[in-house]
Unconditional design. Structure first.
Length: 739
């Protein structure tokens, strides 16, 4: 199956001829384009007549942002704001100036709106738009558009005064509402404070905090005394162990000094951490409440113990013995007395040591008993301490709550005081600085020049857009190049729109208009040449089938004129009407319709009895014949194959006119006996979808495409005349003139 691929095109290049042709298609919509231009102009005129004139004004406002004389935050005087607070205040102020409520108030003040009118009503009937924009940090530009001249003149001043009035009303209303609310809250806070005070007193009474405090102070020295007793016992045991060692090497003085050293053990200092064995909590040793005051003066001297006095006397006596031994003999009375005194003192020291050891044992026993008593008090101390600490914690929570209520009461009282000086945090002073531009005589809208340009633009858009939409929606075939691009099948000719009587007069002389070529005859000769130049894969183009996608597209007329074109070049041609339902070959050739092809297929005619000779030499015709039920089925039998094989031997060219492709089966089934197909497409009527479907069916049947023919092209249309100028009579007239 031979097909023609679509011609390769460079998408990056613009086909100027195709662009011009597409542009010329708009000429067929010239009437619609003029109507669209008129509609655009009429729309502009209607708008100008019925629209309301709009005036404009531009004003300059000076803005100053101040703080309140009294600030609820810090209590300091503040008159100018800066940074983020100023920016926030200005943005809020701008939003307030643009509020619908303020716009309605201004409109009512200027007499262009009534009380109760909605903002939408004000915008629709009085002030359609106004803007407020910052020029810099201190100036605002107000642009207003209104249907009333006096509004654009007085708008800015009225806006400022109404803003100040609205702000005053807002502050007064806020102050009144806030004061009522705050006073109520103050009363509620006062009640809460009284309730908290009563709760604290009740707690102190019920928890017996004072009694617990006294009991806790009484037991506070128990851990310290336990540590002291344990420490003293440990020292006593150390001294006892050293005294009992046989090799201690100590004399009486040393032993007495060791025992006396126990009395110099420092007590546990205040603040020493003591760990509670039961709870693991660490507390510091606290001093009990002092009951007496003792003043230590430098004159208070530490008294000597008896053994120390004895030891001092012994040292003095030893010195005296040493001194006297230099004068007296050892046996002298003086020396004996001194030695006796020394022995007495030594004996006294020994007695002192015995007494000290006895007191040490007694003291150890007392310490053990005291330690047992103290340890018995320790659980009580821990219990009281726990209760006391828990009570202190609860009391602290109640007291802190009381402080919070007091602080809240103070803050709220400060806010109430602040309200006496103003309800808002920041105040803005605004004044009208200048009127920059006013158009209250000639309206800014509608502008005649602008409206004319818009109307013209609208007309042009409609004049171009409507035809463009119609052309985009039009899926009919208009150009042969379009068929080639969409289907990939080569276009082999164009037949201009002409009088059917001339087209159906096929028995012309072969040399008709030999000197002055006829444009219609030349169109069919071009088709003839393209068929011979594009044979099938077997190099044959003897049997040519002419068909179309739908009925009434001119296939029969083209088939008859193709038969004449091949006949005019000296070939023996047979024109066969294969459309057994609605064949028109007999009507075109003015020949009888019997016996015809149908009679041959059903054996009602034999041989060449159905072939009708015409007055044109070597041009024979087989008409359709009578309508016979089921005769179309015979086109698919070997009977028709044999007839075609027989006619191939007798004729140089066979032109077979067949039914349309879509909806019928004959055209597809006849591909076995033909060499190729010519598909006729009627310009401005045949849908591109139908052409594609018909060609797809023929391809599936194995058809060889000689090409497509665009029929009934109206050359009076400028676009068609430009694209197919060489098919027009004027083209051939120019050729004749140039000869």
């Amino acid at each position: 199956m031979a097909t023609f691929p679509p011609p390769a095109q460079n998408e990056g290049q613009m086909d100027s001829a195709r662009l011009l042709t597409s542009s010329l298609r708009y000429t067929s919509y010239i009437r619609l384009m003029l109507i669209c231009l008129a509609v655009g102009g009429l729309a502009g005129l209607v708008y100008y007549v019925f629209s309301r004139p709009t005036f404009s004004g531009r004003h300059l406002l000076r803005v100053t942002v101040l703080g309140l004389p009294v600030s609820s935050d810090s209590g300091r005087t503040e008159f100018a704001l800066g940074g983020g607070r100023r920016s926030l205040a200005l943005r809020t102020f701008q939003q307030q100036l643009l509020s619908d409520h303020l716009q309605a108030r201004v409109a009512q003040r200027l007499g262009v709106a009534k009380a109760g009118d909605s903002p939408e009503s004000v915008r629709q009937f009085a002030i359609p738009r106004y803007t407020v924009e910052f020029i810099d940090a201190d100036y605002l530009e107000v642009n207003v558009f209104s249907y009333f001249p006096h509004v654009v003149r007085d708008f800015a001043g009225t806006l400022v005064s109404e803003y100040e009035a609205m702000e005053k009303e807002t502050r007064d209303r806020f102050r009144e509402t806030a004061l009522k609310s705050y006073i109520g809250e103050l009363d509620a806070l006062k009640a809460k404070m009284d309730e908290a005070l009563n709760s604290r007193l009740d707690f102190q009474e019920k928890s017996e905090l004072s009694k617990l405090s006294m009991e806790h102070n009484r037991l506070l020295q128990v851990p310290k005394e336990i540590l002291q007793a344990e420490y003293q016992l440990k020292n006593i045991d150390d001294v006892r162990s050293r005294l009992k060692r046989p090799d201690n090497g100590m004399d009486l003085i040393a032993k007495l000094s060791l025992i006396s050293s126990l009395k110099d053990i420092p007590p546990i200092e205040l603040g020493t951490p003591i760990r509670n064995p039961a709870t693991g909590a660490v507390r510091s040793v606290q001093a009990p409440a002092p009951t007496t005051e003792v003043v230590v003066t430098p004159n208070v001297a530490k008294p000597l113990e008896p053994w120390q006095e004895t030891e001092a006397k012994l040292r003095t006596l030893e010195s005296e013995i040493t001194r006297e031994s230099a004068q007296f003999q050892p046996g002298s009375d003086v020396m004996r007395k001194l030695n006796a005194d020394r022995a007495e003192l030594q004996s006294k020291l020994a007695a002192e040591l015995t007494a000290a050891e006895t007191r040490l044992e007694l003291e150890r026993t007392q310490l053990e008993d005291r330690l047992v008593d103290l340890k018995k008090k320790q659980p009580e101390y821990e219990k009281v301490s726990k209760q006391y600490e828990q009570s202190l914690q609860d009391f602290d929570l109640i007291q802190r709550g009381q402080i919070d209520w007091d602080k809240a009461h103070a803050d709220l009282a400060s806010k109430v005081q602040m309200l006496q000086f103003g309800a808002d945090k920041d105040r803005i002073q605004v004044e009208l600085s200048a009127t920059m531009a006013i158009r209250d005589q000639e309206p800014v809208s509608p502008s005649k020049i602008r409206l004319a340009m818009i109307a013209l633009g609208l007309g042009i858009v409609l004049a171009i857009g409507m035809p463009t939409l119609l052309m985009m929606a039009d899926t009919r075939v208009n150009r042969l190049q379009e068929v080639e691009d969409r289907t990939g099948v080569k276009g082999i000719g164009v037949v201009p729109l002409a009088d059917p009587q001339f087209l159906e007069d096929i028995f012309r002389a072969p040399t008709l208009d030999a000197k002055v070529p006829n444009f219609l005859l030349e169109a069919h000769r071009i088709i003839r040449s393209n068929i011979t130049l594009h044979p099938n894969r077997h190099k044959k183009s003897q049997v040519v089938m002419v068909t179309s996608a739908r009925p009434s597209e001119g296939k029969t007329t083209l088939a008859c004129n193709l038969a004449w074109a091949f006949h005019s070049m000296g070939e023996k041609v047979l024109l066969v009407d294969g459309d057994l339902r609605r064949g028109r070959v007999a009507n075109v050739t003015k020949l009888p319709n019997e016996p015809g092809l149908a009679s041959l297929l059903v054996n009602e005619a034999v041989g060449d009895s159905a072939i009708l000779e015409t007055r044109a030499t070597s041009l024979d015709v087989i008409p359709r014949g009578p309508v016979i039920a089921g005769a179309t089925e015979y086109l698919c039998t070997t009977r028709f194959d044999d007839l075609m094989a027989h006619w191939r031997t007798k004729y140089d060219r066979i032109i077979l006119d067949t039914p349309p492709v879509l909806g019928l089966s004959e055209s597809a089934s006849l591909q076995r006996v033909v060499d190729g197909v010519v598909v006729v497409v009627r310009a401005h009527r045949t849908l591109m979808k139908d052409v594609n479907e018909a060609l797809d069916m023929l391809r599936r049947a194995g058809a060889h495409m000689f090409g497509t023919v665009l029929n009934a092209v109206d050359l009076s249309k400028l676009a068609n005349h430009y694209a197919y100028y060489y098919y027009s009579p004027s083209y051939y007239g120019e050729m004749e003139t140039t000869k």
